[in-house]
Design a protein around this ligand. Structure first.
Ligand code: AMP
Ligand code: MG
Length: 395
């Protein structure tokens, strides 16, 4: 059997970062920057007030209390500014440009708030409550490096330096297809022998949680021809494809039957539990990666976390590898098959303990929904005593 590490290594050696494209700012959340972003101007662009108050000359308020005439009122966005002469005050709002002549701002709280004249009760040092031009960024400074994941704050600074578009690797578009003649769309009624299709929803949501675009392309039954047709339809717009089911050892394994003859997709047993039957390869001229995950709901979810999620990270141009683990103390004993790495579902608590959930079968996805962690038991370990330390993947 192939090891988990070898399977992931092969996947990561095959998938490539997506080519950068020019994205509108609104489309760039979750994309990965592929250029240096610099500021054409200093930020802030001009000296301005950090508070609502009065712009004055510090020397005029050396002795307080003092009353000064208010010669002007400047709000943020004001352009016509009167200079502050000796003995003058200008009422100023946060973000408004500092008028010439003034070298300090007295917060309104230290005054009587007057509009014709103002009584200042507390002295302010020169430079008080003034935000200097270039204090955040100098003109020409790089504010974001290539490889940066664009989150809300990064999007903000891109807009803040005046950019409308950026070069970035987009979020991969991932098509999710279920197989299984027993599957019915949720919302419909079940006949004998049928179950509702949950995997396509889980996997599409997992794709989105992984920072990619997920498209649920429904279920194709167990007919390999229908699957090939569906793949054909979606290959043109997909950066990756995920299927669930149809890769085991039985009959009616449409994914295996459809793709084995192509020889660009390999079906293998990976030494893990859940999720032993795995397939991976590429399809079509564009060598679109395809992940053929097992059908049991827990197996397909765990396989996604171990193999697809890191692959999507690589496609996004981000660091990619097995999910990080933290050390925890297991509250009860664990069992695991020899020679396979187990990923048991557990509840990780704030006190650093992890408790396995009841129902560790690969079909028990209600139990998965209660878990917030996967407890990793290495291949050479078959029993773990309660109280032992274990490695845990947070979900
Ligand atoms: P398979 O890998 O196709 O042999 O499926 C293994 C198990 O997973 C069977 O019990 C299937 O009914 C179940 N299964 C397959 N696909 C789905 C799905 N999309 N949603 C829920 N269960 C599924
Ligand atoms: Mg099936």
């Amino acid at each position: 059997m192939k090891s988990v590490d070898a399977h992931l290594a092969e996947i990561l050696a095959t998938v490539r970062p997506l080519a950068p494209i020019e994205l509108e700012l609104e489309q760039s959340l979750g994309a990965t920057l592929a250029e240096e972003v610099s500021s054409p101007v200093p930020l802030p662009p001009f000296d301005n007030s950090a508070m609502d108050g009065y712009a004055v000359r510090a020397e005029d308020i050396a002795d307080v209390p003092v009353t000064l005439p208010v010669i002007d009122d400047v709000a943020a966005g004001s352009v016509e500014l009167r200079a502050v002469g000796p003995g003058h005050a200008v009422r100023i709002m946060t973000g408004a440009p500092l008028p010439a002549g003034a070298d300090t701002v007295v917060p309104v709280e230290w005054t009587d708030g007057g509009t014709v004249s103002v009584r200042i009760d507390r002295r302010a040092e020169a430079g008080n409550a003034i935000r200097r031009a270039g204090e955040d960024v100098h003109a020409g400074d790089v504010v974001l490096e290539p490889g940066t994941l664009i989150g809300a704050a990064q999007l903000g600074i891109i807009a803040g330096v005046g950019r409308r578009r950026v070069w970035a690797r987009p979020r991969p578009r991932v098509v999710v297809i279920s197989t299984g003649a027993e599957l019915v769309e949720p919302g419909g009624t079940l006949e004998r022998g049928q179950i509702w299709d949950s995997n396509s929803f889980t996997l599409t949501a997992a794709v989105r949680e992984a920072g990619a675009e997920g498209y649920r392309a429904g279920s194709v039954g167990d007919d390999p021809k229908v699957l090939l047709d569906r793949l054909d339809t979606h290959l043109v717009r997909a950066d990756a494809i995920i299927t669930s089911g149809g890769v085991s050892m039985g009959a009616y394994e449409p994914v295996k039957e459809a793709l084995s003859p192509l020889s660009t997709v390999r079906f293998e047993k990976v030494a893990m539990q859940p999720g032993m039957p795995q397939g991976f390869g590429v399809l079509g001229e564009d060598q679109v990666p395809i992940f053929t995950l097992p059908g049991n709901p827990v197996s397909s979810f765990v396989s996604f976390m171990l193999f697809v999620r890191p692959a999507l990270a690589k496609m996004r141009g981000l660091p990619a590898g097995l999910p990080e683990t933290v050390t925890a103390y297991v509250t009860g004993p664990l069992r695991s098959p020899a020679g396979r790495r187990s990923f048991l579902r557990g509840v990780l608590e704030g006190d650093g303990t992890v408790t396995p959930v009841r129902g560790q079968g690969s079909h028990q996805f209600a139990a998965l929904a209660l878990a917030n962690a996967l407890i990793v038991v290495p291949e050479d370990v078959t029993e773990v005593a309660g109280g032992s330390s274990v490695e845990v993947i947070r979900l």
